[in-house]
Design a protein around this ligand. Sequence first.
Ligand SMILES: Cc1cc2nc3c(=O)[nH]c(=O)nc-3n(C[C@H](O)[C@H](O)[C@H](O)COP(=O)(O)OP(=O)(O)OC[C@H]3O[C@@H](n4cnc5c(N)ncnc54)[C@H](O)[C@@H]3O)c2cc1C
Length: 351
Amino acid sequence: MPEFDIVIVGGGFCGVHVAKLLEKKLPQGYTAALIDHKEYFEFTPGVPKLVLNPSHAENIRVPFKDLFKRVHFVKGEVTKISPKQVHTKSQSFTFRHLVIASGVAYPIGVKSTGVYTLKNGDEVRKFHDALQLAKSVVIVGGGLVATELAGELVTKTDKKVIMIEPGTRLLCRNAERASAWVSRYLSKRGCKILYGERAVKHEKGAIVTERGTKIPADLVAWCAGIKPESGFLEGALKDAVTEKKNIKVNNFLQVNGFPNIFCGGDLNSIVEEKTAQNADRQARVIVHNLLVLLGKKNLMIVHRPRSGPLIISLGDWAGLMIYGNLVLKGFIPGILKHVVEKILLFQIKYL
Ligand SMILES: Cc1cc2nc3c(=O)[nH]c(=O)nc-3n(C[C@H](O)[C@H](O)[C@H](O)COP(=O)(O)OP(=O)(O)OC[C@H]3O[C@@H](n4cnc5c(N)ncnc54)[C@H](O)[C@@H]3O)c2cc1C
């Protein structure tokens, strides 16, 4: 069975940043591997733009083979992780240290055809194809992805757009001023927003809510709810999860009870806004602490939860930048989203 000093599970924001840092910092003679079921890193903040421009996918994907020289890439879906081994459907590996960074799933909450998720470029491609024939779209959810999708649709198409948000405002985890502005922006452009309604069924071409409201729509985008993907943990590791199935970690981002196993990004139990930026910050802490365990640095460092600025685009020319209670609206944040995408992809590819 092949053995690596460090195995990384998942090549999203956290896993790729861990691997990129190891490319530079892993001492000579040590080995590392990254396992992902895709062959490329995908810049998820750019995914909502693919709804109307699917060819942009090639700009936001970076093949792993172009990223790493020292870190060995393994294509495969991880099915089991025990305290000493990682198993994919066809191969098994032993590790000295492990980084779990496989993120979360975005499950569709109803069983039906005609309901799509926007979790990645491949799923968005299916939504894009179905959109061509649709006159109306229901968006389930009122968070970041739902809001960006609504922004794309109302600024670039003449589709009828209806959002369903169970709470009392869109972007409920952000400043109220941001919610108020974004709902005005979307409503002015014809988007209907239903608050206090939770979608529970999709039948006969309509979304049915908990209160029995029926909202007919040719197409449904499901942008609500996440599911931490920790079902592959085996043996004693099985107990290292919270009630919601996030992997429990300490402030050094080590999995509880397993000092040689780290977990970073959306999947761990750290309470902070789950963003690309925070996944990247956690990757830095993980690599530093791995180097301590390898005897190359002295003191472990702790991860300090923090909320950074969030940029939400509404079509190509408008957006919102939210930083705590500070809200910048309009053209500048809209442009910033494009600029940030270019800068971050450049950093991932070349730095
Ligand atoms: C559509 C969309 C838009 C977003 N927009 C923004 C935004 O504008 N700004 C922002 O900050 N955040 C945004 N986010 C959130 C951001 O993408 C996440 O917070 C970030 O990707 C988390 O990084 P991660 O490394 O934990 O997980 P991910 O980036 O999700 O990476 C997980 C990786 O693990 C792989 N994987 C999963 N399971 C397995 C398995 N069993 N075997 C092998 N490989 C596996 C996946 O293929 C993936 O490559 C968005 C998310 C989505 C879905």
